[in-house]
Design a protein around this ligand. Structure first.
Ligand code: NDP
Length: 267
């Protein structure tokens, strides 16, 4: 547990992957207002136009206030060049003024949920899913930690956006469930190894995003598909803003054991 309880996030370098839409975009909008002057917000995704829209939005709404630097990094995290370019651009930021490093490993994909585990005979399909959803999160985190090593006065917090699927199997979601389980364990190991870090696996609940649209329209398992469709039509899906508020509260209270899996519905 950290010694200082923060209600804002200080002068931070805050990196958000998958910031172009969905949860990542809402997170960027919310956290921008909690960063002190001199902070840098690094927004990562493949869609440069959407990142630019977000940057314009943040600037015009003055969400970040004066003194917040916003940088967009257009990168495909399914390739090592994409991960390396994010690390490179983070390294360009002078770390002497930064008292908080915050990395949100948010970007992910659902994968092909239109078929069952027994049909995944092609290793290339599986490797490509794991490359983006698992390997990139580890390599990006390691690269950023290497660029901003432990020093007195620097808080370092790594958030993995997880899912209930990390702990519960869902038929026809073999890639997504196994990827989320692997990510959780990776970050639990990291918390075990690096005691000065704060590491959080946050499961955001069902969100009204493009990922959920894909889930409720293409899931092969009929029971699961109907369940998600009903959850959506009955209005039991959360807005990204609701989930982001909970995440921010968890981070501000700073009471979770490092490496914990914290679900929206548990706090
Ligand atoms: P979206 O599909 O809406 O957004 C995904 C984000 O990831 C986008 O910004 C996308 O940007 C980015 N992304 C996708 N592929 C790549 C890539 N190869 N390289 C870099 N960035 C990429 O997802 P959500 O907002 O719904 O999900 C956010 C997180 O929340 C994920 O980790 C997801 O697993 C988790 N989650 C979501 C739930 C839900 O119900 N939606 C439930 C539980 C967990 P671009 O296309 O521009 O690259």
């Amino acid at each position: 547990m950290s010694s200082s309880k923060a209600t804002d996030f200080g002068t931070a370098l805050c990196i958000i992957t998958g910031a172009s839409k969905g949860l990542g975009r809402s997170l960027a909008k919310e956290i921008a207002g909690l960063l002190k002057s001199g902070s840098v917000l690094l927004l990562v995704a493949r869609s440069g136009d959407k990142l630019q829209d977000l940057q314009d939005d943040l600037v015009s709404s003055e969400a970040g206030g004066a003194g917040l630097q916003i940088r967009c990094v257009v990168a495909d995290l399914s390739h090592k060049e994409g991960v390396e370019s994010v690390v490179r651009q983070a390294k360009d930021i002078s770390c002497s003024d930064i008292d908080h490093l915050l990395l949100f490993n948010n970007a992910a994909s659902l994968g092909d949920v239109s078929r069952f585990a027994r049909s995944f005979t092609d290793m290339d399909d599986v490797d490509s899913y794991w490359s983006f959803n698992v390997s990139s999160a580890l390599c990006l985190t390691a690269g950023i930690l290497g660029a901003f090593p432990h020093r007195i006065g620097l808080r370092r917090c790594i958030v993995n956006i997880s899912s209930v699927c990390a702990v519960k199997p869902y038929a026809s979601w073999v890639l997504y469930c196994s990827g989320k389980a692997a990510r959780d364990m990776m970050f639990r190991v990291l918390a075990e190894e690096e005691k000065d870090l704060r590491v959080l696996n946050y499961a955001p609940g069902p969100l009204d995003t493009d990922m959920l649209l894909q889930a409720r329209t293409t899931t092969a398992d009929t029971k699961l598909k109907d369940f998600i469709a009903a959850m959506y039509s009955d209005g039991h899906v959360l807005t990204c803003e609701e989930s982001v508020s909970k995440l921010i509260k968890v981070l501000q209270e700073d009471n979770y054991p490092s490496g914990a899996h914290v679900d929206f519905f548990d706090v």
